[in-house]
Ligand binder design. Structure first.
Ligand code: ADP
Ligand code: ASP
Ligand code: MG
Length: 401
């Protein structure tokens, strides 16, 4: 078998014409003798529209039912692509996540893939069919439909490539990974390759060109991933193991997370068990948080700040309201007017001075930031959304991005 896993994102299947184009390109590749597994996302903005429908009924809709709703988006595009392929005379079969053997845990709306049974996919490939699989969805051990979190079709594709032992090609509306999102900085440069480590850092800090867990999977199972334009007209960017040329770059790119919330919880009685209780309540709802900071105690109270995703706003509010019953002194602010800007580069491990250069730049350009945190290969700031372009431009020109 000569399998390839290809994934087309929602931006590549927005219209029937685009779906027909994808079908034509798949037919060409099939005629070259390739065995194709095609993971596909919901058309265009479908997932957002489905979420809006649920939100028009409840701020915190039941997550099992949300999964049932969201999974329909990918089923529509799978069926349409398979119909388009058959109309071209190409043998194909469309499969839901369950039919494709994608099993997950039962954390609805943020499920993790636990195993993939590839028998059925392999049988269809052996029968000469193109296998079109619904991205973003799986099934838990009770047989309930789950979804993998926003952007999760990337994770479906990379996991299938890991299970089949092949390369994964992610097709989207950009021709590769750029130093900065080209929608924010049109003059950003395209990278020929990027290490798994840097891509993980860029993705987890907001570069939504590829989903974070997809990079984690790719790194763990050493899946080479190519990100490129859906027309396949230009060479894309290869995500792979670190090599010497990459280590020379001090700063590789900037990520901007605009779907960011900064949550501040004030006047928490100073005792570590209280802090543990607050974070346990948040993690109990599977909410991802980042950039945690705490002030030194003052009058036996501390203030906490952390960042989270905008989609968790109502859940965080509900949790903090409940905590207020236990800790009547606390009050909180959920601020959605900030962004998280992160400067990423593997060269920071061995070269000093990046943090100091950045602090100087912020001062010179009179941009204030609220928080700063560092990892071995990144420095992140929260700042006002209206300072986004100014901050990105000053950093990009200082580091030649
Ligand atoms: P898809 O529907 O194909 O999954 P997405 O919208 O999820 O597409 O991701 C593609 C988008 O990611 C691009 O349109 C681009 O604006 C954005 N993006 C963010 N950061 C980067 C980056 N560093 N390089 C390229 N694209 C980026
Ligand atoms: N349709 C899902 C989303 O919009 C999954 C994906 O596109 O990867 O998040
Ligand atoms: Mg995406």
């Amino acid at each position: 078998m000569n399998p390839y896993v290809l994934k087309y994102g929602g931006t590549s299947v927005e219209s029937i014409d685009q779906i027909k184009d994808v079908a034509k390109r798949l037919a060409e590749r099939k005629s070259l003798g390739q065995d194709l597994v095609v993971v596909i996302s919901a058309m265009g903005q479908t997932t957002d529209q489905l979420l809006e429908l649920a939100a028009s009924i409840s701020e915190t809709p039941d997550r099992r039912e949300v999964d049932l709703l969201l999974a329909t988006g990918e089923q529509v595009s799978v069926a349409l692509l398979s119909i388009a392929l058959k109309t071209l005379g190409v043998n194909s079969v469309g499969l839901t996540g369950r039919q494709a053997g994608i099993f997950t845990d039962d954390v609805h709306t943020k499920a993790r893939i636990s195993r993939i049974e590839t028998d059925r996919i392999r049988q269809h490939l052996e029968a000469g069919e193109i296998v079109v699989v619904a991205g973003f969805q799986g099934v838990n051990e009770n047989g309930d439909i789950t979804t993998l979190g926003r952007g999760g079709s990337d994770t479906s594709a990379v996991s299938l490539a890991a299970a089949l032992g092949c390369t994964c090609e992610l097709f989207t509306d950009v021709d590769g990974i750029y130093t900065v999102d080209p929608k924010i900085l049109p003059e950003a440069r395209k990278l020929d390759s990027i290490s798994y480590e840097e891509m993980l850092e860029m993705a987890s800090r907001g570069a939504k060109v590829i989903e974070t867990r997809a990079v984690e999977f790719a790194h763990k199972y050493k899946v080479p991933v190519i990100v490129g334009l859906s027309t396949g007209d230009y060479p894309g960017t290869l995500i792979k193991e670190l090599d010497e040329t990459m280590e020379k770059r001090v700063v590789t790119g900037i990520s901007v997370d605009e779907d960011c919330l900064m949550v501040t919880v004030n006047t928490v009685p100073f005792e570590s068990k209280n802090i543990a209780k607050i974070f346990a309540a948040i993690s109990g709802e599977n909410i991802m948080i980042d950039m945690i900071s705490q002030t030194a105690p003052y009058n036996s109270f501390v203030n906490l700040t952390f960042t989270s995703k905008i989609e968790d706003r109502f859940n965080i509010k509900a949790i903090l309201e409940k905590l207020k019953a236990e800790f009547p002194t606390i009050d909180y602010v959920i601020d959605d007017s900030v962004i998280k800007l992160s400067v990423v580069g593997i060269g920071m491990v061995s070269q000093s001075g990046v943090a100091s250069a950045l602090f100087n730049l912020f001062a010179e350009h009179d941009i204030d930031f609220y928080q700063v945190t560092t990892s071995e290969i990144s420095i992140s700031y929260t700042l006002n959304a209206y300072d986004r372009d100014k901050a990105v431009h000053m950093i990009a020109s200082a580091f030649d991005l």
